[in-house]
Design a protein around this ligand. Structure first.
Ligand SMILES: [Zn+2]
Length: 321
């Protein structure tokens, strides 16, 4: 299995549009070719007017060396306390489906066909099918940011997967990844991410809707900025009546480490200091207000709470069936 470092983040298949299978000559991947070997992993629960379903897209191998911003001994101790031995750790890619009487909303879409982390990704489609949702049934997708493990599943064989869905993303992230000058200044290993983002934006055409922070994108569902991981990285607050949920996306990449050491950032953060500020703010608000949390990379199904613990925080998995 390929472990992920900043270096092979590029080499693993995102160094250009050809590697992404986005060029006209690329052979469209068949759906069958990406069918998951395992049955879909899903978990659903009521959330006010919605039903929220966590759908597992695949498992990312990571390395301890991705994390920095705290004493190495403290990082080692926090990971050891979480049962992580050696340099390898792994984190899921979770996506979230919200269904009400009249809305079918998907928050993020996993990695799809992209072969960055080895096999076993692209399970979202089978998960949706198991939930009785065809791709054309999805009427809105909220992309928390334009990284490949969140938007890769929006396209297949060069075309939009969700033919009837509006694609919403923070206007800040949309502006950042669309900007030719930003792309020209970015290091070689980031070029593929710009190409992918621009390809996805184009594939959704006039169904792409960049939105400002604070926008209520669907009833009770509000996009808020949590910047640093990317410039317009966003979280989604869902008012579920007696349950208030925050989908925090990559505000937390590895909860066992970053709750104990909120200052610990990762190589994936565009601005680690700003990301740490955003993380601290979300932890404080979540603990103070008792928010339910849903997170992309927290152990599946990714639901829980952040509680204060000895001057830092701890993630407590939740079940509220
Ligand atoms: Zn991510």
């Amino acid at each position: 299995m390929t472990n992920l470092t900043r270096r092979n983040f590029a080499l693993a298949g995102l160094s250009g549009t050809a590697a992404l299978g986005l060029t006209a000559s690329a052979t469209p991947a068949s759906a069958a070719g990406h069918a998951p070997a395992n049955p879909p992993a899903m978990f659903d629960a009521p959330l006010g007017r919605y039903r929220i379903t966590a759908i597992f897209d695949g498992m990312m191998p990571l390395e301890k060396s991705l994390f920095f911003g705290a004493e190495q001994a403290a990082i080692d101790a926090a990971l050891a306390a979480a049962g992580v031995a050696g340099d390898g750790l792994s984190a899921p890619v979770n996506t979230f489906l919200l269904q009400s009487d009249d809305r079918t909303v998907l928050i993020d879409a996993g990695l799809g066909e992209l072969n960055m982390f080895g096999p076993g990704f692209g399970r979202l489609t089978a998960g949706l099918a198991a939930a009785g949702v065809a791709p054309e049934d999805v009427d809105m997708i909220v992309a928390t940011h334009a990284h490949p493990d969140h938007i890769g599943g929006l396209v297949a064989g060069g075309a939009a997967v969700f033919a009837n869905a509006e694609l919403l993303i923070s206007d800040v992230d949309h502006g950042f990844w669309s900007d030719a000058a930003n792309m020209a200044q970015a290091p070689a290993e980031a070029q593929g991410m710009f190409s992918l983002a621009q390809h996805v934006f184009a594939a959704y055409g006039d169904r792409l809707r960049p939105v400002a922070a604070g926008t209520e994108v669907a009833p009770g569902m509000t996009l808020e900025l949590s910047p640093g991981h990317t410039p317009g990285h966003s979280v989604v607050h869902i008012d579920g009546g007696d349950r208030q949920l925050m989908m925090v996306a990559d505000t937390v990449l590895y909860a066992d480490l970053q709750t104990a050491l909120p200052a610990a950032g990762s190589d994936f953060d565009a601005d680690p200091a700003l990301a740490a500020q955003s993380r601290a703010r979300i932890f404080d608000r979540a603990a103070t207000d008792g928010l339910l949390i849903a997170a992309t990379h927290v152990h599946f199904p990714g639901f829980g709470r952040f509680v204060t613990d000895a001057g830092a925080y701890r993630f407590v998995p939740a079940s509220w069936m």
